[in-house]
Design a binder for this molecule. Structure first.
Ligand code: WQD
Length: 338
């Protein structure tokens, strides 16, 4: 069964490609390489023994996308990972984010309609939830993104919900990721952001391999057990497995309709939990200093993973030590390759 992955050479897309191939699916990847590298295709091949068909295109380019669908008949589903995802950049360049992250979805839906492809899994984010004091967060919680990036995720959710309502034969699953970290056990796939990382784990890894001097912990006066921010970190391979479970659901339920699921562990870890665990399993490499809070950050955020467990049969299994170990292995391996 053929599955089209947009942004399939990116961090989450590539890990999902591996799990799909290992589950017997036939994967086709489109990616514009704006935030990924062609070498990831060889890594997928090395891990699985399968080199997916690849097209370097911009998903917003309708003509190019039509060609992909013409050359690959019987696509069963599209998993839409492609999109810009830097919160800070989205504040500085909102139009770039709205244009790319919305246009890609509009174009996909129009081409899918033309080729009668009726299954869509969307890479959404916990960032669509409004700030909440109450934890854990379940799928019924109020929505309200606080930055242009998050709003593109929220607006895409609404486009897909409305489209599915108007086209009952079209099935949509929205997957709201909490904080994906970690890397494939092979050390061949991992998170490889351009420039200085915004997110915690890639920053820690660059400190650990000596590319950055120390970690700045943004705030230690939050209302949490140790004053540092608490998040729900989920291993990227668990996240990838969550996509396979969502796809299986669509395969086994012809007129599925609409599903919305958190992909998280239900466990909140603080920044100091992450740093201390990382140093425990990777021989104490990361120095840190406390710094000012980062604007827009919240005290704590972690998921209720119950709905995905009950309806998709998905439960994250990998622990924090594995997330820290695998992240570092990838960074070490990747740095040595430079
Ligand atoms: C985690 C914690 C920081 C960096 C973001 C996006 C969200 C999603 C996941 C895409 C916070 C602290 C971080 C650093 C630090 N991405 N931190 N020093 O902000 O929870 O979520 O990534 O969907 O949309 O908003 O993740 O990794 O940036 O921060 O102290 O150098 O680490 O304050 O408490 P975040 P993060």
């Amino acid at each position: 069964m053929k599955i089209l992955l947009t942004g399939g050479l990116g961090y989450i897309g590539s890990h999902t490609a591996v799990e799909l191939i290992n589950s017997g699916y036939d994967v086709v990847i489109v990616d514009d390489l704006s935030n990924s590298k062609i070498e990831v295709l060889d890594a997928i091949n090395e891990i699985t023994g399968v080199k997916p068909k690849f097209y370097q295109i911009d998903v917003c380019d309708k003509q190019e996308l039509v060609k992909v669908f013409e050359e690959n008949s019987n696509i069963f589903a599209v998993i839409h990972f492609a999109g810009f995802k830097a919160v800070g950049e989205s504040v500085k360049q909102p139009l770039k984010y709205y244009r790319n992250n919305m246009d890609s979805t509009f174009t996909l839906l129009e081409v899918m309609e033309k080729f009668n492809v009726n299954n869509f899994i969307f890479s959404s984010s916990a960032t669509v939830y409004a700030v909440s004091e109450v934890m854990p967060i379940d799928e019924s919680f109020p929505l309200g993104a606080s930055n242009p990036y998050g709003r593109t995720k929220l607006f895409n959710e609404n486009v897909l919900i409305d489209y599915q309502k108007a086209n009952p034969d079209f099935n949509v699953i929205l997957l709201r990721y909490f904080n994906p970290i970690g890397a494939h056990e092979s050390g061949l796939l991992g998170e490889d952001p351009n420039g200085i990382p915004n997110n915690l784990m890639p920053y820690i890894c660059k400190v650990a391999v000596g590319e950055l001097d120390h970690l700045n912990i943004f705030g230690n006066d939050y209302k949490t057990k140790d004053g540092t921010g608490v998040r729900d970190y989920i291993h990227v391979v668990d996240l990838a497995v969550g996509h396979v479970k969502a796809l299986d659901k669509l395969v086994n339920n012809k007129n599925y309709g609409l599903g919305i699921f958190n992909l998280g562990t239900g466990i909140g870890y603080s920044v100091l939990d992450i740093v201390n665990t990382f140093n425990k399993v990777n021989s104490n490499l990361v120095k840190y200093e406390f710094a000012e809070r980062r604007p827009g950050d919240i005290d704590k955020m972690y998921a209720s993973p119950k709905k995905a467990e009950e309806e998709l049969g998905f439960k994250a299994t990998r622990n924090l030590e594995d997330m820290c170990k695998s992240s570092y292995e990838y960074q070490k391996n990747h740095k040595e390759k430079k």
